[in-house]
Design a protein around this ligand. Structure first.
Ligand code: FAD
Length: 392
């Protein structure tokens, strides 16, 4: 066997070359705050209360966490970020991150907003995917009822038809513009209808190539089996399977609900089991690359390195269009920029939307960087290493 590739993820000069000294110092401040559980808790509480009381905190949020983790309030405002990332061969996945719309008008507005991201992608060479969440297009409790097979009222039946129509509009737009679309994964108690919709769309639009991708949360104990079943279904019906693989973002919520309602927690009993499932999932996708396209959505260095090793073992080019590496804007730049420099396909989720509406997303990033052992201190270590290097 030849020498296996090894990407240096700790090259901070490459990782942060797109950040000015001022931006890097700000990143240092933000990660220092979120890294400390007590300070983070107080800051998050303060932000929530101030926003609900209408206190003028928006400009502070905008100039700090929002600027770090988001492209802007609109697609146009995000163009600067798109160009900046593109200079380093990193693509942008425009993510309209407004959550919690409650009525049909709000869901229609979100649909239009997402449809517009395809136009932006079409005119740019640096936007390789678009993305959406089904809860942006329909009510959470409706999806929960559909999954529980509860009897729906006539109004609810109509509302669910509208959700299906919105999903189809978006996937058709993806097909027409030939810009692939990622369907995000959400809570396990609403995920079945999301999966069903995603597979219906794949059957419709993935006959020639992968246009629609579903998301697989490998922290769920049943997910490796689900992935294998999805592959067999795709083979049976002769379409390409789009896999976005993630570990999963809603672990605490899943555990809480399972304990409250008295059913077994669907999440693996420990991090190691999640990691093992994730890496086995990557191997399964590469083994079946003739039918599977993969977006590896992860900040885990081992998994990203492992995927490069798998590609090499299968004699795939770094640029093979069936494999993408994806991270979130403002996180794990060491992974994104070093992979891109080595020629791999890399893209960042770039969330955008009005500051208040993006708050749930920002709060998830804050809590993720506080509660997940290792990650935030890793970010901080890298940022501080680069600050020191620049000082000389
Ligand atoms: C591009 C991109 C797209 C994403 N899209 C989605 C999405 O659609 N849906 C979604 O849910 N998430 C999504 N995420 C978030 C993702 O699921 C993870 O929360 C986040 O990336 C952290 O996991 P990691 O692979 O980066 O690695 P790590 O930091 O190594 O792993 C942390 C993750 O491991 C798991 N874990 C931690 N402790 C335990 C434990 N005790 N037992 C079991 N499992 C544990 C959890 O999933 C936790 O988030 C996305 C992330 C990226 C980068």
């Amino acid at each position: 066997m030849g020498t296996l590739p090894s990407i240096q993820f700790d090259d901070t000069k490459v990782a942060f070359s797109y950040k000015s000294d001022r931006e890097l110092k700000k990143a240092n401040f933000i990660f220092s705050v979120v890294n400390n559980p007590t300070v983070s808790k107080i800051a998050t509480r303060l932000a929530k209360v101030s926003l609900s009381l209408g206190l003028p905190i928006k400009s502070i949020i905008r100039a700090t966490v929002f600027e770090h983790f988001c492209g802007g309030e609109t697609v146009e405002e995000s163009e600067k970020t798109i160009e900046k990332l593109a200079r380093f061969h990193v693509g942008t996945i425009l993510d309209y991150s407004v959550e919690g719309e409650k009525d049909e008008a709000g869901f229609d507005k979100t649909t239009q907003e997402i449809l517009a991201t395809f136009d932006e992608a079409k005119k740019s060479t640096s936007v390789p995917f678009c993305v959406f969440k089904v809860t942006g297009l329909g009510a959470m409790d409706l999806l929960e009822k559909v999954q529980a097979k509860a009897t729906l009222s006539e109004e609810e039946k109509g509302a669910f038809e509208k959700v299906k129509h919105r999903v189809d509009q978006i996937c058709k737009k993806a097909f027409d513009t030939q810009v692939p679309v990622l369907v995000d994964a959400e809570d396990s108690w609403i995920q079945n209808p999301i999966d069903a919709l995603a597979y219906e769309m794949m059957q419709k639009y993935n006959a020639q190539k992968t246009i629609v991708f579903n998301t697989y949360q490998m922290y769920r104990a049943d997910m490796l089996g689900n992935l294998r079943n999805a592959f067999h279904e795709a083979a049976m019906h002769n379409y390409f399977l789009g896999v976005k693989m993630v570990r999963g973002a809603y672990m605490e919520k899943e555990a809480e609900r399972a304990a409250k309602l008295g059913y077994p927690n669907p999440i693996h009993p420990g991090k190691e089991a999640t990691d093992d499932a994730f890496n086995k999932g990557l191997a399964f996708c590469i083994d079946n690359k003739q039918r599977i396209s993969l977006v590896c959505g992860s900040h885990n260095e081992y998994s990203n390195q492992y995927l490069t090793v798998l590609m090499n073992k299968h004699s795939m080019q770094n640029t093979d269009s069936r494999v993408w590496f994806a991270q979130l804007l403002g996180m794990s730049d060491n992974i994104s920029f070093n992979l891109a420099k080595a020629g791999y396909n890399v893209a960042k989720y770039v969330p955008y939307g009005p500051v208040e509406s993006v708050m749930p997303y920002l709060l998830r990033r804050a809590s993720e960087n506080t509660s997940v052992a290792g990650q935030s201190s890793r970010e901080l270590t890298l940022i501080r290493k680069e600050l020191k290097r620049r000082k000389g």
